[in-house]
Design a protein around this ligand. Structure first.
Ligand SMILES: [Zn+2]
Length: 465
């Protein structure tokens, strides 16, 4: 694409975004028969644990050998604000492109709504499936590559999802109140990109775990320290609590042992405290955030990190003050950020076909090729937000850098903005514009042009205005 074409494409994309609004069919303050301000919540959960031998993280780390704790999809259907709204968090590495649309369609069909009113987000554990049906077709055509995701397993999960939603709707409970609160999590999140030279170029990274004492000794860097909670009540009974925190969720991985890892284990402990409330955990904009400063990768650290996140959840919940739900609004914006200039279909196809390359150098380019083809067929990413009183739940795609969620909160300083990222994972990493020139791992696997920053920021602004 030449510069002029690209400029036109960007303009068209932004126009498409502003035209892509959908408001709740009936804003909640409309007191018609469907609405009444008569809101209900139907929480659900279903198992998404992969079978033995299934690929983890796209097939380039050890496949499943055992299950330490099961993977879950958890969420809720909200009724009473126009067509039903579905929000779901999945203990998988990612759900991308067509696979993400299929998830939203399946949950939408079961809930009696449309896919644009469904937000599906991954928690991003790595000993877990990384589902892209397009990439799966590409690697299977090679004949010698491990699966990205096994399609029959993928379909079984969607079947379970449909059934879970149909079942939960029969037990939907009235919700009258909402509460929000936050607490700082101590010594978990750290920025991965703090090891730089004078020109801010990245000299090395601090990943989920970090063996180098020198890198661990570097400062935390830019993070969002707040664990945010939004809870729904029927009078004084807490029905569901959604927790949001920005960090990669892995303490260690690559051993084939399926686990929801420290954030999932913290969620499970909180669930044990309160059996009647559904505790749901969302990973925020954690593209450049992980526990590396506080994690040398040794096994006991998983328990330490679990405790710190659990304590963050408990401290956050201490400040929940329910207030009556007055209005509810769902908004969406469609965006289609352009692919990186340096992605060429021919070169990617050659890399994937080259049997001398390691699996990671063949399966990973299949994700890149899937993104390139998706952009060519103009399949947008749906951003969405659920606003309830002065609380906004913001739904962003893929591995956004933490700057995006800090920016979202700054856009509406008087409101409580809780951001879930890792929605449609098609673009992989989404750095902010100025980080592209600094290089490093995340930028090397960012599939979008730096123009994604402006497109996403405009979309966020529209959703939060
Ligand atoms: Zn990641």
């Amino acid at each position: 694409m030449n510069t002029r074409d690209r400029r036109e494409f960007l303009t068209q994309t932004v126009l498409a975004s502003s035209a892509g609004w959908t408001l709740a069919a009936n804003p909640s303050w409309a007191k018609d028969e469907n609405q009444n301000g008569n809101f209900h919540l139907a929480p659900f959960r279903f198992d998404v644990t992969p079978p033995k031998g299934h690929s983890c993280c796209g097939g380039w780390i050890k496949p499943v050998v055992a299950v330490d704790d099961p993977l879950q999809a958890m969420g809720f259907v909200m009724l009473g604000a126009g067509k039903p709204i579905v929000i779901c968090a999945v203990d998988w590495t990612g759900i991308l492109n067509e696979a993400h649309l299929q998830w939203r369609k399946a949950l939408a069909d079961a809930a009696g709504t449309t896919p644009d009113r469904v937000a599906v987000h991954c928690v991003h554990q790595h000993n877990a499936p990384f589902a892209c049906l397009d990439a799966e077709r590409i690697v299977q055509a090679q004949g010698d590559l491990p699966h990205i995701v096994e399609v029959d397993f993928f379909r079984r999960c969607l079947d379970r999802g449909r059934k879970a939603i149909v079942r939960c709707l029969t037990a939907a409970e009235r919700i009258t109140h909402i509460a929000h609160s936050q607490a700082k999590v101590e010594k978990v999140a750290s920025n991965r990109r703090v090891f730089r030279d004078d020109n801010r170029l990245i000299k090395g990274m601090r990943g989920s775990s970090c063996k180098s004492a020198k890198l661990r000794a570097l400062p935390e860097g830019l993070i969002d320290p707040w664990l945010k909670t939004v809870a729904f009540y029927n009078k004084d009974k807490k029905i569901a609590a959604c927790h949001y925190y920005a960090t990669h969720p892995m303490s260690y991985y690559g051993d084939g042992r399926v686990t929801s890892d420290f954030v999932g284990l913290a969620r499970m402990h909180r669930q044990k405290d309160e059996g009647t409330c559904h505790h749901i955990y969302f990973t925020g904009c954690a593209g450049n955030i992980a526990a590396g400063k506080y994690n040398d990768g040794s096994k006991p650290v998983r328990e330490v990190l679990t405790r710190r996140v659990y304590e963050g959840i408990v401290r956050s919940e201490e400040n929940l003050r329910p207030v009556p739900i007055e209005n509810v609004q769902w908004k969406t914006v469609d965006v289609l950020p352009p692919a990186r200039d340096n992605l060429s279909a021919e070169a990617l196809e050659a890399r994937i076909a080259n049997k001398a390359n390691a699996v990671v150098q063949r399966n990973r380019p299949s994700f890149m090729l899937s993104w390139l083809r998706r952009v060519a067929r103009k399949m947008p990413i749906v951003l969405s937000s659920l606003r309830i009183n002065d609380v906004s739940l913001l739904h962003l795609p893929a591995e956004c850098f933490v700057q995006y969620q800090l920016r979202a909160q700054q856009m509406q300083p008087d409101r409580f903005v809780a951001t879930a990222a890792y929605g449609d994972g098609g673009p992989w990493y989404i750095p902010v514009k100025e980080e592209y020139a600094c290089g490093g791992y995340e930028v090397s696997v960012a599939f979008c042009d730096p123009g994604v920053d402006e497109i996403l920021t405009k979309g966020m602004k529209a959703l939060l205005s």
